[in-house]
Design a protein around this ligand. Structure first.
Ligand SMILES: NC(=O)C1=CN([C@@H]2O[C@H](COP(=O)(O)OP(=O)(O)OC[C@H]3O[C@@H](n4cnc5c(N)ncnc54)[C@H](OP(=O)(O)O)[C@@H]3O)[C@@H](O)[C@H]2O)C=CC1
Ligand SMILES: CC(=O)N[C@@H](CCC(=O)OP(=O)(O)O)C(=O)O
Length: 343
């Protein structure tokens, strides 16, 4: 009989924690052994998330109450800054997939610049592997600590990284225009996430200073083998899930399309649309799939590259489960092949 692995989900009363529970509920080889919360500790998952009432799950507890002795892997779905404090206190042989921003940035000075404080666990930061599965698969397989990517960052990186590696675009001319659903901001109450602040409107936020610029710089510079800086404008979309990035680049459309198609050939979750087609968030909703499109502009030499994913699946919890599968020696796609929810 195949082995069953026990996992803990720290921060299970948040959106990404609940999404992990939803995905793992049908996973053939993973069992949820512990779930934690902060304000909601003591409640049942069904009370906090009625859509999960049918599941037989452990109660939400404080992190201190978890016995990690029988746990094979912990998902850490906590706010950034909290995450590094918590992970620093976990057993050092425990496999961890962190969903926060805490371990994504390799250079401590760059981290301090973008996050406004020194990192509290530099040894762990040095050890962590960036969790963009398709590009770090081999390192993830043998990693103990994997840092989940930013959801906006992943959406943009999927569109651009293969083009920089293949040398088919001008690295000086990359403009990313991105729209994200509101669940990207988490479930904890915030004025900017109120219905009355988001519905019937559309606005840019963190213009020219979004934290995910640090991830873009890091990954694009590495891919191009020279410093690359991009322009990035995120917008808040009045819908729950989904991110769509429109990237303006200089290159030839056929070469751009070929680079994406070749990079993602054989990848289970990456769908490259025929040249000339643009994707839609509604076609990836609730799934671990990414849809990419390339459309030639009417002005020769300009190309639009589109990328869309669901921030709560491929943008965080689905990616986390994909990486956990690799770390536990399980089939990478286990628990993740459900088709998107449409309409
Ligand atoms: N939402 C998204 O699309 C994405 C999120 N991420 C990252 O994943 C992480 C989780 O995000 P998300 O689920 O959206 O966030 P939520 O705000 O929805 O959930 C946060 C979770 O952390 C718990 N928590 C908060 N503070 C503490 C604390 N001091 N000690 C212990 N537990 C605490 C909360 O418990 P309680 O509610 O009981 O207080 C809750 O379970 C964040 O770092 C986020 O940036 C990354 C990519 C995409
Ligand atoms: C809508 C919204 O606010 N989205 C978040 C992205 C969430 C994400 O990727 O999270 P990290 O905090 O883990 O980087 C933002 O733009 O900051």
């Amino acid at each position: 009989m195949s082995k069953t692995f026990n996992v803990a989900i720290l921060g299970a009363s948040g959106y990404t924690g609940a999404e992990l529970v939803r995905l793992i509920a049908t996973h053939p080889s993973i069992r949820i052994a512990a779930l934690t919360a902060d304000r909601k500790a003591g409640q049942s998952m069904g009370e906090v998330f009625p859509h999960l009432r049918h599941l037989d799950l452990p109660r939400l507890t404080a992190i201190d109450a978890v016995d990690f002795a029988g746990i094979d892997l912990a998902f850490c779905a906590l706010p950034h800054a909290t995450s590094q404090e918590v992970i620093a206190k976990l057993p050092r042989d425990l496999k961890v997939v962190d969903l926060s921003a805490d371990f994504r940035i390799r250079d401590p000075e760059v981290y301090a610049k973008w996050y406004g404080h020194e990192h509290l666990a530099l040894d762990l930061q040095a050890e962590a592997v960036y969790g963009l599965t398709e590009f770090y698969r081999d390192e993830i397989k043998s990693a103990r600590l994997v840092a989940g990517t930013g959801c906006n960052a992943a959406t943009g990186i999927y569109a651009i990284l293969p083009l920089l590696r293949a040398g088919v675009i001008d690295p000086e001319m990359i403009l990313i225009d991105l729209a994200t659903g509101v669940s990207g901001a988490g479930r904890s109450p915030k004025e900017g996430s109120l219905h009355s602040e988001v519905s019937e409107g559309y606005h840019a936020y963190n213009v020219a200073k979004h934290r995910h610029l640090a991830e873009f710089d890091q990954e694009f510079t590495k891919a191009a083998g020279r410093p690359v800086e991009v322009t990035f404008t995120p917008h808040l979309l009045p819908q729950n899930r989904g991110i769509l990035a429109t990237v303006y680049v200089r290159g030839e459309p056929e070469a751009v399309h070929k680079a994406l198609a070749e990079t993602y050939a054989g990848e289970p979750f990456m769908v490259v649309l025929p040249l000339g087609e643009a994707p839609a968030t509604r076609h990836v909703r609730g799934s671990n799939f990414v849809h990419l499109g390339v459309v030639p502009d009417r002005r020769p030499g300009w190309v639009m590259v589109f990328s869309t994913l669901d921030n709560l699946t491929k943008g965080s919890s689905g990616q986390a489960l994909q990486n956990a599968n690799l770390m536990l020696g399980l089939p990478e796609t286990a628990g993740l092949m459900a088709a998107p929810l449409f309409p």
